[in-house]
Design a protein around this ligand. Structure first.
Ligand SMILES: C[S@@+](CC[C@H](N)C(=O)[O-])C[C@H]1O[C@@H](n2cnc3c(N)ncnc32)[C@H](O)[C@@H]1O
Length: 282
C-alpha cells in the first residue's frame, strides 16, 4: 500500500498487524511477518490461539444479540477488518444492531471503511483512540451519537487486556468502561494466558516484547479478577475460549494449544465497583 499516512511505521511490528498475519490476513508488512515467524519458531501452535479467539468473539456476539437481546456494541481493540466483524455477526441476527469500533493502530483507520459497511437499518462508527484513555472513548462524538448509554451495551475487550501492562492499570480501565454502562450491559473479554504451557508461551511473548510490543503475562485467575469482579458471569464462566459454548462436534484443541481464556458477564442491577485489585495501595 503506497498511500499510507506517515504515522504508520511499517518498519516496526504492531499488534494488530501481527495478529492479522497470524490469522492469515493480508493487512500486514514484512516486519510483522518476521515477528510471526520468530513466534512460530518458539511456539509452533501460535496460530491456533487467535483462530480460537476469533471464533469465541463470534459466538459471544451471537449470544449477546440472540439470547441477551443487545442491539449496541462497543468493540475496543477491534483489529484489522476480517470476516465476521462484530456488526456483521450482530446484524445477521438483528439488522438494526449498532457497533462502535475503537483501535489505536492508524492502519485500522485506513481499513475502517470495511468496518463501516453497515446494514442500512443499523449503524457502525470507528474511533481511533487508546484504551488507556477510556474517558476519551466514552466521550468521543461517534460513541455519544451511536450508543444510547441508557440502554444495555455489549462491551468487547477481546484479545486486548494482555496488551496492557500492569502499569496501565487495566482493571481500572475496565471499571471505568463498565461503570459508564447501564445495568444489563455485558462485558466480553479474553486474555492470553500462560498456565497451560509456561515455557513456550513465555518464549513467544519474549519475541513480541523484543519486537517492541507490550505483552503482559497473566494467569487466568488474575485475568478473571481484573475483568469480571463485580459482574455476573454467564455459564460456563471464565474458560479457555475454545470451551466457551462451542458449537459442532469437531474435536477442540488441547489447552496448551489455545492459551487464551475468555468470558462473558452481565452488569447486575447493583454493580459493585470493580476497583479492588488496583486500589489496595491508594
Ligand atoms: C490481538 S488484536 C484483537 C483483535 C480482535 N479484538 C479479536 O479479538 O479478534 C488486539 C487489537 O488491540 C489493539 N490495541 C492494542 N493496544 C491498544 C490500546 N492501548 N488501545 C486501543 N487498541 C489497542 C491492537 O491494535 C489490535 O488491533
Amino acid at each position: 500500500m503506497s498511500d499510507l499516512p506517515p504515522e504508520i511505521d511499517t518498519g516496526r511490528p504492531h499488534p494488530a498487524r501481527v495478529y492479522d498475519a497470524l490469522i492469515g490476513g493480508t493487512n500486514n508488512f514484512a516486519a510483522d511477518r518476521e515477528t510471526v515467524a520468530r513466534v512460530l519458531q518458539k511456539s509452533p501452535n501460535a496460530r491456533i490461539a487467535p483462530r480460537e479467539n476469533r471464533a469465541f468473539l463470534g459466538r459471544a456476539v451471537r449470544f449477546l444479540t440472540a439470547e441477551a437481546g443487545l442491539r449496541q456494541f462497543l468493540d475496543i481493540g477491534t483489529g484489522l477488518p476480517t470476516a465476521n466483524s462484530v456488526h456483521e455477526v450482530a446484524q445477521a441476527i438483528e439488522p438494526s444492531s449498532r457497533a462502535v469500533y475503537v483501535d489505536n493502530d492508524p492502519l485500522v483507520l485506513v481499513h475502517a471503511r470495511a468496518l463501516l459497511t453497515s446494514d442500512p437499518r443499523g449503524r457502525t462508527a470507528y474511533i481511533q483512540a487508546d484504551a488507556r484513555d477510556p474517558e476519551a472513548i466514552l466521550t468521543a462524538p461517534a460513541a455519544l451519537e451511536l450508543l444510547d448509554f441508557s440502554q444495555p451495551v455489549g462491551l468487547l475487550l477481546v484479545g486486548l487486556l494482555h496488551l496492557l501492562a500492569d502499569a496501565d492499570k487495566p482493571a481500572e480501565i475496565v471499571a471505568t468502561l463498565v461503570g459508564a454502562l447501564p445495568s444489563g450491559s455485558y462485558l466480553v473479554a479474553s486474555h492470553l494466558t500462560t498456565e497451560h504451557d509456561r515455557e513456550r508461551t513465555a518464549a513467544g511473548q519474549a519475541v513480541m516484547r523484543d519486537a517492541g510490543i507490550t505483552m503482559q503475562k497473566r494467569d487466568s485467575d488474575v485475568f478473571a479478577a481484573m475483568a469480571f469482579t463485580g459482574l455476573e458471569l454467564v455459564p460456563p464462566g471464565v474458560v479457555l475460549v475454545s470451551e466457551w459454548r462451542p458449537t459442532g462436534d469437531s474435536p477442540r484443541p488441547a489447552p496448551a494449544e489455545v492459551n487464551i481464556y475468555g468470558g462473558v458477564a452481565r452488569k447486575p442491577l447493583c454493580a459493585v465497583p470493580n476497583l479492588r485489585h488496583e486500589t489496595a495501595s491508594v
